[in-house]
Write a new protein. Structure first.
Length: 316
């Protein structure tokens, strides 16, 4: 490592930002508000960090990461589990905000995660609408479950709430459609994605919002990013069972439902699914393989800007 390079780790809380610099271990604390973020950015300008790393913290990191990106700093938002595993590998088992910031700075220096463009304001809005839609669907499902065991006045109250939630869900669906159609790039991608049997509004919107890398990576990388690539568990002569894990759970949820539809209505996925079942594969394993195949097909379609064709040679 070039000793002139400095790496910054920032632990983001609702009220506070803990900042650590590697390799000299300098630490600062700022309030998590606009004024203090501006002060932090001014201080970073004199240090010219090679990389700034933050953890994804349910959206609390968005204002800071956006401000740092606009100021021209190389910023990466990483998975907290990856950083925690790194901390354990270095023997740091204790966990505080200050320690987390130091671990992030060390992680930035040792791993140097790839800098990727942060989502635009429109992309964040789309992601927010998708998340809210998912919450609405979960609330409607919960209310239907309560309705099944209720009676009288309570039943009428629950039914009225379901009616209101379904009306709001319809409004969210319309907002999502308008947002997608108002952006030419998204409109083109949406048209390409929905040309594939099994891909409808929800899956298309979710991929656009939560998987912007679709169409930019090769098939192995996109499968690993989503968490549908089988991972080896071998040691010496032992050959462990291949499993899938990690990746973007919110994408896998909607991809799973889209794949279920595709196994019935998409000729390529349906034939692939039946072939795996006839070979003796368990249904869950076969369905996961179909999720990976559908994802790689969609990835190739966006990469080549080609609509669905049953005889298309989908090599990503």
């Amino acid at each position: 490592m070039d000793r002139s390079e400095v790496f910054i780790g920032i632990d983001v809380c609702k009220a506070r930002l803990d900042v650590s610099r590697y390799p000299d271990g300098q630490r600062w604390t700022f309030s998590n508000d606009e004024l203090e973020i501006a002060t932090l950015i001014d201080q970073f300008k004199t240090q010219a960090p090679a990389l700034v790393v933050l953890e994804a913290t349910g959206g609390l990191e968005i204002p800071l990461s956006g401000a740092l990106c606009e100021a021209g700093f190389p910023v990466v938002v990483v998975n907290p589990r990856q950083v925690r595993d790194f901390a354990k590998s270095t023997g740091r088992l204790a966990k505080t905000d200050t320690i987390d910031a130091a671990v992030l700075a060390h992680f930035a220096s040792a791993i140097r995660p790839e800098v990727r463009p942060l989502p635009s304001a429109q992309a964040r809005e789309l992601s927010g609408l998708i998340s809210r839609r998912r919450q609405m669907v979960e609330m409607i499902t919960a209310e239907h479950n309560r309705l099944a065991t209720s009676c009288g006045r309570v039943s009428r109250e629950i039914q009225a709430h379901i009616t209101w939630l379904e009306k709001r869900l319809k409004g969210l669906n319309e907002d999502l459609s308008k947002l997608i159609r108002s952006t030419p790039v998204w409109r083109e991608k949406d048209n390409l994605l929905q040309s594939a049997p099994g891909v409808a509004d929800v899956l298309s919107c979710s991929l656009l919002a939560s998987l912007p890398e679709l169409g930019r990576l090769n098939r192995k990388k996109i499968a690993a990013l989503v968490g549908v690539a089988p991972l080896n568990r071998d040691s010496g002569k032992f050959r462990g069972k291949r499993t899938v894990w990690g990746g973007r759970a919110e994408v896998r949820r909607v991809l799973y439902m889209g794949t279920l539809v595709a196994t019935r209505h998409n000729p390529v996925i349906k034939a692939f699914y039946q072939r795996l079942l006839q070979a003796g594969k368990p249904k869950k394993v076969a369905l996961t393989a179909c999720m990976r195949k559908l994802l790689t097909i969609l990835n190739a379609m966006l990469k080549n800007r080609t609509a669905w064709q049953s005889n298309y040679a989908f090599s990503a």
